[in-house]
Each structure stands twice: as C-alpha cells, then as structure tokens.
Design a protein around this ligand. Structure first.
Ligand code: DGT
Ligand code: CA
Ligand code: CA
Ligand code: ZN
Length: 596
C-alpha cells in the first residue's frame, strides 16, 4: 500500500474503534471525532499527492492544508510519516485487538456489535464471526437472538459476494499503481486494467487486469507476483493463466494472463461491457467467424486476428470503439466502416489532454484550502492548464463563509493583481489567466443571492442549488430554469445535486432543463468530482444531442483535486462528447466570447 492508503486505513480504524467505546461524559463530542477521522481518511486516500512528499516540503503546515485535516490529525500523520507508527492507535488496538478493517462495509454490523462479539466470544475477524454464527453461538449472547444470528449469516453471504461498488475515484490511484507495476514486471509485454474501470464507469464492482507475456513460462511468475502484492488480503483462487484476489480496500481483482497473439482479443473481451461483447460476438457469427478472449477464428479454426483490438474490430467490419462507449447503446452501428460522417465522432471524442481550463475552483476565501495564487500556480505548473475561474461560494451559504457583493468585487480586483504578478516574467503568449467568478447560490424561489449588477462585473458566473432538496420536481425544475434564464448566469453547476452512493439529489426534469439551457445559451456543467459526476453520462448524451454546450470542472478545494478532471472527461466520453461539445477545451479568450 502507498503511504496515503496506509495512513487512511489507520485513521479509519481509529474512527471505528472510537465508536466501540462507551459514551463518556468527559467526551461529549465523540461523534464529531469519529466523523472527522473518517473524513480525513477519505481525503487522504484520494489525494493525488503523497503525504510523505507534502510533509517533506511544508512539514506540519502542508498537512494542515489538506481539506478535512485539523491539528489533532495532522500531528498524528506527522508521527506516522516520521516514525511509521501512531501511538494513539497502538493504545486503542491494545484495548481491542480485533482486525476491524475486515468489518468495514459489513452492513448492519457496527462497531458496538463487534465489541460485544469480541468481549463475549473473542471474535477477531470475519472467519471467527462466520464460524460462531454457523455453530449457533451468537444467539446466546444477551441482546442477540436466533433471528439476529441468521441475519448476520445472511449479511456475511452478501458481503462475501461483494455487494458494494466503489467509486471510480476511490480505486483509481490503486488500479493505476498496480497496472504500472504489472507492466514493468519482467517478461510482461503489456498490462492493462480492463472491465468497468477501462470504460470509466462511475462505480466499479471489481477490478480486472489483462496481461500479455513474452512466453508461457512467465505466466506463473506474474501470477505469483500478483497474489503476493501488499494490497492483497486474500487469494480466492488461481489457475495457470488466472488469479482472483480480494484487496485490502474491499474490492476483488481478477488477472488474466495471455500470449501476445491473444492480447487484443482478451482486452476486447474483458473490457466489456457484457452487452457490447454479446452484440460483437453476434456480428462475428453472422460472418461465419468465432470470437472469444483468445482471438477471432475462421471456420477451419485458424486464428485470423487477436493480437490487437483494432485488428479484432476491423475483421468484423468495425472501426475501433473507445472503451467508454462500449455499452451497446448504438456505438456498434456508429462504428460500421464506410459510414464516414457518423463514425467521425469515434475519433473526435474529447481526449484526456484536451481541457485548457477549469471553471469551478474554490479558494481559502471560503471553504477551499489554498490561496487564489496557489490554486493558480498548481493548475499551471502541475496540471498544464491555461486558466481557472475562482468560483467561491456566496453569502447565503453561511457554512462556507460565502462571499457577499462587496467581497466578490474585492476578490475580482485582487484576481487582476494576481494575474499581473504571476505573469510578470512570462512571455505574453504563455500568460496564465485567473477568471473572476462565483458559485452563486440559487435560493428557494429560483432567485440568486447576489445582485445582477455585481455578477455582471465578474468574468463568468456559475449558479447552483445547495439547499431545499425536498421540493417537488416541478418547483425544483422551475428554480433551475429561473437561474438559467438569468442573463448573468453562464453555467449551471452540478445540475442534479447527486452524491453517488450517498444522496440521490433533488428531482429535476432534465429534458426541460436541457431545452431551456439550449434556448438561453446556458452551459451545463459536468462536475468531475468523483462523488458527483453530475451531469452523469446518460444526461451528457441527452444534452449533446440537443446541442447544449458543456464544461468539465474539478470543483477543486485543494490543488490535488484538479486530478478529478479526468473522471469528468471519462463521463463526457461515455456520453459521446466530442471536443467541440466541451467549451473549456477553448482558450480563455474564445470561451469568454462565446458566453451569453
Ligand atoms: P463491474 O466489475 O461490475 O464493475 O463490471 P465489469 O464490466 O468490469 O464486469 P466483470 O468484472 O464482471 O467482467 C469484466 C468483463 O468481462 C465484462 O465487462 C465483459 C466480460 N464478461 C464477464 N462475464 C461475461 C459473460 O458472461 N459474457 C460475456 N459476453 N462477457 C462477460
Ligand atoms: Ca470488473
Ligand atoms: Ca471481474
Ligand atoms: Zn457547489
């Protein structure tokens, strides 16, 4: 595990063990403590910077700038980075020597229950629990019953099947790290993470790898290596060309090893989706061919393609189809060779390097964690962007210290000064530009909390709903329409308000919103934070079919969050967006001149 995942795991365990403790009068805020450990763990797990590097550069101060990290946790991280241990955690573990991380995600069996199970039956891990439940020992613990025991067994079955799906951003760094390690392994030609991950689905059920080797005898070595990686918790099975493991973060990973001549066919097969694969196989059959993970075979069973994906598709009369589109939603029709006009879209999908700017960025004027200047320099120097818009929250969002009219005007002036400062020494064509903006709050009645004459002084304006989620769909849609029809509003941020796996969002008549966006020349945002991915793929495609312009923003509250942009691009590709559908592929100047 990387330092970040290790530290995140410890913080999560601390939170968990804290929840097993008796309520103490002396500590009435225990629940907040638990929450802050969990939040800190999430943040660190997904940080695209290594906490060790942050510490090396800026010591405790650097750690304190990570969102959700306060003084208490920062000093524990410091202890972890410098000594490899956290004393506080070691002490907690002494009181409860249970492998608590095993129980994460085991729904309905919380910390208190686990404490009870430990103190009565000495249960320390999942297999102890399964054994005790199967042997009927749990029902006799005070407060338990036969029914409860059965329920535990049922939950265990579900858990073992892997009911939970992780968000793409939660697994991305890990998946890439393993992919890179596999591809550098001796004897390996190529290694690619396939399945839903390669298709950039918003959630991932399990991780799949396809590896090609130079010769068959390398297969065993790579499988050995795979099942012994530090991230592996348990090996579920292995064969001569396959391995199945459970990873510490609570997700399974599958590995398939193939010879180079089958690599393309294996990629095609295991990238899926299943529905796409089924349709592709039908085409093969209609041509008298057979397609499987080892290649395309003719009637005499000769392999006639398989080393590359392009070769497989071509033999079936198709252009290569980007993985993100492989959902059997019309992409195969589009890819038929000879349909020049339609299949142009396949090669014009927005690429992962196409964004020039980011239009939703927060600073420490409100709930962000770094200054405007720091956010700008990171965007320029580490992420290669040419512009960002500082879109801090506005006054009615008091929790974030939202800005009022005067503060927004002052911030816009300050931005001009910073633009001058940071561009002083650079050549004029390479100027980085910070745009003044705001994430204006849409009020209950659809009006905005900042007056139009102030908004008109900003370079670009986003508006968003942050409260009153329970209103009926007509009212909610009307609020958004009101905002879109406001001539000062350029973009609707995270249009549906969902948080994946946690909050459904408010109800919206999305086709109506799309229609109004088109008529009013309002841009809809693809918020690329992996928690949101809002608009989602399906709505992106609807927006594009209706010629609505989109932007992809990171919603960064810390510079490492710029890395989220790739998830937004992934969703845009899943929604068939070309570069010209996404306005922040334009230069700042072109973008500004296309606004309403
Ligand atoms: P996930 O893991 O639920 O996020 O989604 P996938 O798409 O990664 O699905 P997974 O891991 O079960 O299988 C990986 C790919 O392997 C899948 O996208 C297509 C292929 N595949 C798996 N099972 C079948 C099957 O029964 N039939 C066909 N045609 N393909 C399959
Ligand atoms: Ca999978
Ligand atoms: Ca799989
Ligand atoms: Zn927001």
């Amino acid at each position: 595990m990387s330092k970040n995942s290790e530290a995140a795991k410890i913080l999560r365990e601390i939170a968990f063990i804290l929840q097993t403790e008796e309520e103490k009068e002396s500590e009435p805020n225990a629940i907040f403590k638990v929450r802050s450990y969990n939040r800190a763990a999430d943040e660190i797990q997904n940080l695209s910077f290594d906490i060790g590097d942050i510490y090396k550069r800026d010591k405790l101060n650097g750690l304190l700038k990570i969102p959700s990290i306060g003084k208490a946790i920062a000093s524990k991280l410091e202890e972890y980075i410098t000594t490899g241990k956290i004393h506080y955690y070691e002490e907690l573990k002494k009181k409860m020597p249970v492998d608590v991380s095993q129980f994460f995600g085991l729904e309905g069996i919380g910390p208190k229950t686990i404490k009870t199970l430990y103190s009565h039956l000495g249960i320390k891990n999942i297999s102890d629990l399964e054994k005790a439940a199967t042997e009927g020992k749990i029902r006799s613990i005070p407060g338990f019953s036969k029914k409860k025991e059965e329920l535990i067994l049922k939950k265990l079955q579900f858990f073992k099947k892997g009911g939970g799906r992780l968000l793409i951003g939660e697994v991305f760094p890990l998946v890439k790290r393993i992919e890179e390690r596999l591809s550098k392994f001796r004897g390996v030609k190529q290694a690619v993470a396939v399945g839903s991950f390669r298709r950039m689905k918003e959630t991932i059920g399990d991780i799949d790898y396809v590896v090609s080797v130079v010769s068959e005898k390398e297969g065993d070595k790579i499988i050995d290596y795979f099942v012994n990686m530090p991230e592996v918790k348990e090996v579920s099975g292995r064969g001569s060309a396959k391995a199945f493991v459970k990873l510490n973060i609570g997700i399974d990973a599958d590995l398939l090893v193939v010879p180079a001549e089958s690599f393309g066919a294996a990629l095609q097969y295991f990238t899926g989706s299943k529905e796409h694969g089924v349709s592709i196989r039908k085409i093969a059959i209609s041509k008298g061919l057979r397609l499987n993970e080892w290649g395309v075979f003719d009637e005499q069973n000769n392999r006639i393609a398989g080393s590359t994906e392009e070769g497989v598709y071509q033999l079936l009369g198709l252009d290569w189809i980007p993985p993100e589109m492989r959902e059997n939603r019309g992409e195969i029709e589009l890819a038929k060779i000879g349909k020049k006009e339609e299949n142009a879209r396949l090669s014009q999908l927005i690429g992962y390097d196409d964004l020039k700017g980011d239009l939703q960025v927060h600073s420490d004027s409100t709930d962000g964690t770094m200054s405007i200047e720091e956010m700008a320099l990171y965007a320029r120097d580490k992420f290669g962007l040419n512009y960002i818009a500082i879109s801090d929250h506005t006054k009615s969002l008091r929790l974030t210290n939202g800005l009022d009219e005067q503060q927004l005007i002052n911030q816009a002036h300050r931005i001009e000064e910073i633009n001058d400062e940071i561009n002083k020494s650079s050549n004029k064509n390479k100027n980085f530009r910070i745009l003044s903006s705001a994430e204006v709050n849409i009020l209950k009645d659809g009006s905005l909390d900042i007056s139009d004459n102030v908004l008109d002084k900003l370079d670009i304006v986003g508006a968003a709903i942050h409260s009153n989620f329970a209103l009926p769909i007509e009212v909610q849609t009307e609020r958004l329409i009101n905002a879109a029809q406001n001539s000062s509003v350029d973009i609707i941020f995270h249009p549906t308000g969902r948080i994946i796996n946690r909050r459904e969002g408010y109800p919206v008549n999305i086709s109506k919103l799309i229609e109004v966006a088109k008529d009013s020349n309002t841009i809809l945002e693809i918020d690329a934070h992996y928690d949101r991915l809002d608009l989602k793929d399906e709505y992106i495609r609807m927006a594009i079919e209706n010629e609505v312009k989109l932007v992809i923003d990171s919603d960064a509250h810390h510079p490492s969050h710029y890395a989220f942009l790739q998830f937004g691009i992934g969703q845009a590709r899943r929604g068939w967006a070309t570069k010209s559908d996404i306005l922040n592929t334009l230069s700042a100047k072109e973008l500004l001149s296309s606004l309403k």
